[in-house]
Design a protein around this ligand. Structure first.
Ligand SMILES: CC(C)(COP(=O)(O)OP(=O)(O)OC[C@H]1O[C@@H](n2cnc3c(N)ncnc32)[C@H](O)[C@@H]1OP(=O)(O)O)[C@@H](O)C(=O)NCCC(=O)NCCS
Length: 179
């Protein structure tokens, strides 16, 4: 409830709660990460495409960097979902991975990671994968700790937040039901 009030405030007011404690908060753009990899022979699987496990490592690294930037603390991956391999990537291609925070809970945050192949001829990017990571911030005793609030600046960011709330609800239901 307190966060909703804060989101509607502007400028310096955002920094203070009603009892005058400093509220840490960051914009989506503050923690965005973009990495680029060239697909090399040691990244390939036996079918001559980028090995899915390699891509998953790159995605996890990006999600981790985004979460670390947002929280400025240690983070762990709690879950990954909606990991769809839409197209393959091949040797010599440039793989662009973009990660950003879409939602923050108490100690967790959702990070969306989009992957593209960038074609050198025309500079166009074609989506090959999208994944949603749930990352949890840890304190010095490895216990979940509160994460900074997220400042939503655009309509797209607000829409992502609403969709992320639904995804979180589904994750929690799946966890409760044991699968
Ligand atoms: C993730 C982990 C800390 C959650 O522990 P827990 O006892 O369930 O802790 P909590 O109930 O306090 O949950 C902490 C947060 O994680 C979220 N969470 C817990 N399990 C989750 C799951 N399966 N999927 C998504 N989010 C989850 C909770 O919703 C909560 O978020 P919130 O504080 O924003 O509401 C714990 O399961 C763990 O340490 N897992 C191993 C992580 C790991 O080693 N990752 C791989 C290497 S990086």
């Amino acid at each position: 409830m307190r966060e909703k009030v804060l989101l509607s405030l502007s400028g310096a007011e955002r920094k203070w709660s009603e009892n005058m404690n400093v509220i840490e908060e960051r914009k989506v753009s503050d923690s965005m990460v973009e990495t680029v990899h060239m697909v090399r022979p040691n990244h390939m699987n036996a079918a001559g495409r980028l090995f899915g496990g390699m891509l998953m490592q790159w995605l996890d690294e990006v999600a981790g960097m985004v979460a670390k930037r947002h929280t400025r603390s240690n983070v762990i991956t709690a879950s990954v979902d909606n990991l769809h391999f839409i197209h393959g990537a091949y040797q010599g291609e440039m793989v662009v991975i973009i990660g950003k925070v879409t939602y923050v809970g108490n100690s967790s945050m959702e990070v969306r990671v989009d992957t593209y192949v960038e074609h050198l001829e025309d500079g166009m990017r074609h989506a090959i994968n999208r994944a949603y990571f749930t990352m949890v911030a840890l304190d010095e005793n490895d216990k979940p700790k509160r994460v900074p609030r997220l400042i939503l600046e655009t309509e797209a960011e607000k829409a992502e937040w609403v969709a992320a709330e639904k995804r979180k609800e589904m994750r929690m239901r799946r966890k409760k039901e044991g699968f």
